[in-house]
Design a protein around this ligand. Structure first.
Ligand code: IMP
Length: 201
């Protein structure tokens, strides 16, 4: 069963293929589709819906989209929906390492290091018809990078119950605990339980 995933992020696509093992996850690039909608909403849900709806308009088939990021309590929830663009300005793109360094520099002297990854996932089935789930992974920012797995902010987020950073978790553990893993599993269970009528998945 083929489901489009509205993303260009290879790491996320790998995670999605693991989370939806019974389905073939296809990203726009696989079919030569140019896809880069502007994420103009101020919520994860709003941006996930923008991505899902705009890809659905192009492919007219079931689309999964996620919008995710990291919210840091001591920074009032920042970088939040701006996690991917954090520190990038005037056309200068900051890569993961630079973003992590910037985030840790803003945390200097702050005692409260709590943060959470948030993922909103939308399965878009047709005009006016979609399911959405939002999930989190709670963590604490450490002061250094640890681990080589995952991507993005993973090496600086420590998950207490595992004694590891997210970048030190096995892919299976990340899928079990993560914001995207939990949201994806809920959508996957909904799909099993309520296979949409009149929709070829
Ligand atoms: P999006 O592709 O617009 O949803 O941007 C998500 C951004 O949030 C990514 O580029 C990462 O910087 C960050 N992010 C989201 N999920 C994760 C994760 O699981 N690990 C590390 N960083 C993440």
């Amino acid at each position: 069963m083929k489901i489009y995933f509205a993303s260009g992020n290879a790491h996320k696509r790998e995670e999605m293929a693991r989370i939806f093992p019974g389905h073939r996850i296809v990203i726009p690039k696989d079919e030569g589709i140019e896809f880069d909608p502007e994420e103009t909403a101020d919520s994860f849900f709003g941006n996930a819906l923008i991505k899902a709806e705009s890809l659905w308009d192009m492919v007219r088939a079931p689309v999964l989209a996620d919008d995710s990021g990291i919210c840091v309590d001591a920074l009032g929830g920042a970088p939040g929906v701006k996690s991917a663009r954090f520190g990038s300005e005037n056309g200068v793109i900051l890569e993961s390492e630079g973003r992590n360094a910037l985030l840790l520099s803003l945390m200097k002297g702050k005692e409260d290091r709590t943060c959470r990854f948030v993922c909103n996932m939308v399965l878009f089935l047709g005009p006016g018809r979609f399911w959405s789930v939002q999930e989190t992974l709670e963590g604490e920012l450490i002061n250094e990078s640890r681990g080589t797995g995952g991507f993005g902010y993973d090496p600086i987020v420590f998950v207490k119950e595992t004694g590891k950073t997210v970048a030190e978790l096995s892919p299976e553990d990340k899928d079990r605990l993560s914001h995207r893993g939990k949201a994806g599993k809920a959508i996957s269970a909904l799909l099993d339980r309520f296979a949409p009528e009149n929709i070829r998945i």
